[in-house]
Design a protein around this ligand. Structure first.
Ligand code: NAP
Length: 272
């Protein structure tokens, strides 16, 4: 094999099995398709079976295997069932993408009630933790694995009107560091992807609002929001041998959304 081939090979996922939560649409779907394109077989999880089956069919059309396992990640019994089904089919799990999350409320933290807190934390943090624990046990037996947690730029800087969501996403970054530290000696790597606004159903309220959209684009170095496909490359990198010495880290994919810097800049540099 030539040098270029050997280098690209480090991104290949042949003979790997990936489990992706929230795989029926948006970022999770894009990642599931991307991992399959790189050679992985994929276990697809979210609540609605027909949506998952459509993604499984797309993966089958690429020549990889995929199974659709309807799962509510808030429910620990369903998490156990998901991991059992995955093992029953593929025997091992090499890659876990914790991606399914929610933000049921926009507004002041004064208006957050216990139910909103529990719904958000139950999926975004508790769900990520217990799915990681269940899959981590499978990876430990095999002596290798890569876990990719999808957080958000809101986990690093608070998203306005998204207080509890931001707290949950900050928790995901610490979850990543805790698991990376504890599981490194099992050769399980754990990293985070933290996107800015990506055009999905989840963020419709943001990108379909012309004022918020312009504000975001004006304060982003690349001048636009992301498409789901633009999150895939980082996921393949973190899933593959290409990132073999990387763990506990967070990759920001926000198009250079440094609003304070841009605003400061606009006061001292006239626009060209
Ligand atoms: N879009 C953005 O601007 C943005 C920015 C930063 C970070 N993120 C993060 O990216 C990730 C994916 O977001 P997205 O924008 O792709 O969202 P999305 O398009 O709304 O997709 C969410 C996925 O999660 C599944 N899901 C929701 N609740 C679930 C539950 N209780 N159990 C299992 N699956 C569940 C949904 O399927 P079902 O409804 O069928 O269950 C769907 O597959 C999230 O972690 C989000 O926080 C998104």
């Amino acid at each position: 094999m030539d040098k270029e081939g050997a280098c690209l090979n480090r991104f290949a996922l042949q003979h790997k099995v990936a489990l992706v939560s929230g795989a029926s649409r948006g970022i999770g779907k894009a990642i599931a398709l991307g991992l399959a394109q790189a050679g992985a077989d994929v276990v697809l999880a979210s609540r609605k079976l027909p949506d998952l089956e459509a993604v499984a069919q797309e993966i089958a059309n690429m020549g990889q295997e995929a199974i659709a396992v309807p799962t509510n990640i808030r429910d620990l019994a369903q998490i156990d069932h998901l991991v059992q089904v995955a093992q029953g089919k593929f025997y091992h799990i090499d890659i876990l993408v914790n991606n399914a999350a929610t933000n049921p409320v926009f507004g002041s933290v004064f208006n957050v009630d216990e139910k909103m807190w529990d719904v958000t934390m139950g999926l975004n943090l508790k769900g990520y933790f217990f799915l990681s624990q269940a899959v981590g046990k499978v990876m430990r037996t095999r002596g290798s694995g890569s876990i990719i947690n999808v957080s958000s730029e809101d986990g690093i800087r608070p998203g306005l009107g998204a207080g509890v969501y931001s707290i949950s996403k900050a928790g995901v970054i610490m979850l990543t560091q805790v698991l990376a530290q504890e599981w490194g000696h099992y050769n399980i790597r754990v990293n985070t992807i933290a996107p800015g606004i990506v055009k999905t159903r989840f963020s419709t309220a943001l990108w379909s609002n012309p004022v918020i959209r312009k504000e975001t684009e004006d304060s982003t170095a690349l001048g636009r929001i992301a498409e789901p496909d633009e999150i895939v490359g980082a996921a393949i990198f973190l899933a593959s041998e290409a990132s073999s010495y990387m763990t506990g880290q967070t990759i920001m994919l926000d198009g250079g959304h440094f609003s304070s810097v841009r605003m400061l800049l606009s006061t001292i540099v006239s626009p060209d």
